[in-house]
Design a binder for this molecule. Structure first.
Ligand code: NAP
Length: 274
């Protein structure tokens, strides 16, 4: 695979996180350019050797891959601004904008463009993201690999065959960090009520969450088996788990994810009407 020239439109949280991920993974700085509406966010990036500009058209000049890392509501106008150049050169478009369907991007860029849609999540900011990718039929094998290697620089990557699954992904891993933060908040608060100091409760909560996730990843065992392994008959864990099950924890999660998925569908439909 030849090293692609990558342009990032929008050097905010996600855009700069991808730039740092790429550099850490050995992508040459002189093969990266970034644009943003203000100089402020670009000055730090210029110091790592990438080309920076406030002119989006200049940033995408000679790019093999253009990453759209702007807010969903800005996408339409920027896509329109760059459509003529993109039509002429047909680079890979990699969109990380939540809730914008491939068909919307295709329409805004006047059609027949290779597009990969990505749904990363906030832990990407610390290199621990989970990203789902979907490629349209214009994406070549090489572009497929390029998109995967860009997102892999900030975490794990999975491919979806069907773009409709992106709404379920948004509900699971996109919004997911908030579910775990809420759960950890609740556990910490409960432990404080049971007499632990805030610091002790926080530390034990966080390390337990990290330990459980790492055990699940490293052992590769089914989650049910791991849960049963720490749930001895007549013990303390069994008591707690039965309270959670009796109070419909699984049904609550399903209701929550369904609500998030439906909202994701609604937002995508709104963007499609632009
Ligand atoms: N953050 C996440 O965890 C996450 C997860 C999944 C997907 N995403 C998606 O990632 C995208 C970026 O999110 P973010 O959190 O990184 O947003 P962000 O921090 O606001 O970054 C967007 C950047 O684009 C700049 N911008 C605005 N208009 C522009 C223009 N016309 N040309 C060039 N740059 C422009 C913004 O500048 P100003 O601030 O001056 O407007 C800002 O620096 C969003 O579409 C979001 O849905 C984010």
């Amino acid at each position: 695979m030849t090293v692609p020239t990558i342009a990032i439109i929008g050097a905010g949280n996600m855009g700069s996180c991808l730039i740092h991920g790429l550099i850490q993974n050995g992508h040459p700085a002189n093969k990266i350019s970034a644009s943003d509406s203000t100089e402020e966010k670009l000055s730090g990036l210029a110091s790592i050797g990438i080309q920076t500009t406030t002119d989006n058209l200049q940033a995408i000049n000679h790019a093999d891959v253009i990453i759209f890392a702007i807010k969903p509501q800005s996408f339409h106008a920027i896509a329109r601004e760059l459509a003529a150049y993109i039509q002429q050169h047909k680079p890979l478009i990699l969109s990380i904008a939540a809730g914008i369907r491939e068909s919307s991007i295709q329409t805004w860029l006047n059609g027949d463009i290779p597009i990969v849609r990505a749904m990363p999540n906030t832990p990407a900011l610390i290199g621990c993201g989970a990203t789902a990718l979907y490629a349209n039929r214009h994406v070549s094998e090489e572009q497929h690999d390029e998109a995967e290697s860009i997102l892999r620089s900030v975490g794990i990557v999975i491919w979806l065959e069907d773009e409709n699954q992106m709404d379920a992904v948004t509900a699971l891993s996109g919004s997911g960090p908030a579910y775990f933060f809420l759960m950890m908040e609740a556990l910490q608060q409960s432990a404080e009520k049971l007499g632990l100091t805030q610091e002790t409760a926080r530390l034990l909560t966080l390390q337990t969450a990290l330990g459980a996730a790492r055990m699940a990843i490293e052992s590769g065992k089914p989650l049910e088996e791991l849960r049963q392994n720490v749930t001895s008959k007549g013990g303390t864990t069994e008591k707690a788990v039965s309270v959670l099950e009796d109070n419909q924890l699984r049904a609550i999660y399903h209701k929550a994810l369904t609500a998030a998925k439906e909202r994701s569908e609604e937002l995508a439909e709104m963007m499609e009407k632009l």
